[in-house]
Ligand binder design. Structure first.
Ligand code: AMP
Length: 176
């Protein structure tokens, strides 16, 4: 599997101009999720990039990250951790504020979600400005985890998000 082979996935990613606000082109993955070949391929291609013995837990970022993280965790026989928006998790949390392409928000992680030294794969659908992934990597480390990698279906390279992830192993299937 190489970068070239994944390009066909773009046929299943829909552009929604001016959503959720004017000037943003929202990358809608629901057509990809609804297509049995594209969805299975997406999970397999991300899983293929990692050695399953090097991942202890997969961490999914609310909300579309959950959809990708869960089948990956199953594939790796790894645990699954949700990172959620402010106020959604019921137990004690660590929190980080982060910048979005369209605003800012808070992310939270249960304090006891990660055992010291566990190797964590962070997963989301889109890397845009990189603020979300960066905040999640910080939360992971604050909770004692080691970031084994950060993976997304796509990267919006014109927003320069990878610059915020220096020192981390970042992987995506397609680039815009
Ligand atoms: P960022 O922190 O800017 O990298 O934003 C990444 C997060 O926001 C991810 O959780 C994405 O789901 C979401 N996101 C940001 N920009 C877009 C976009 N253009 N289309 C779809 N999702 C986006």
């Amino acid at each position: 599997m190489n970068q070239q082979n994944h390009e066909w996935l773009k046929d299943h990613i829909r552009d929604i101009p001016d959503f959720p606000k004017e000037g943003v082109v929202f990358k809608d993955i629901t057509p990809l999720l609804a297509d049995k070949k594209a969805f299975a391929y997406t999970i397999d291609a991300i899983a293929h990039h990692y050695d399953r013995d090097e991942i202890d837990k997969v961490l999914g970022i609310e909300a579309r990250g959950f959809i990708v993280a869960a089948p990956l965790a199953y594939r790796f026989t790894a645990g699954l951790i949700p990172v959620r928006k402010k106020g959604k998790l019921p137990w004690e949390v660590e929190a980080e504020m982060y910048e979005l392409e369209y605003g800012h928000d808070h992310l939270e992680l249960h304090k006891d979600a990660i055992e010291p030294g566990e190797r964590i794969l962070i997963v989301d659908d889109v890397l845009a400005t990189g603020g979300t992934a960066q905040a999640t990597a910080r939360l992971t480390e604050r909770c004692g985890g080691k970031v084994a990698g950060i993976a997304t279906i796509m990267e919006l390279s014109f927003l320069g998000g990878k610059g915020k992830l220096e020192g981390y192993d970042f992987f995506s299937l397609v680039t815009y």
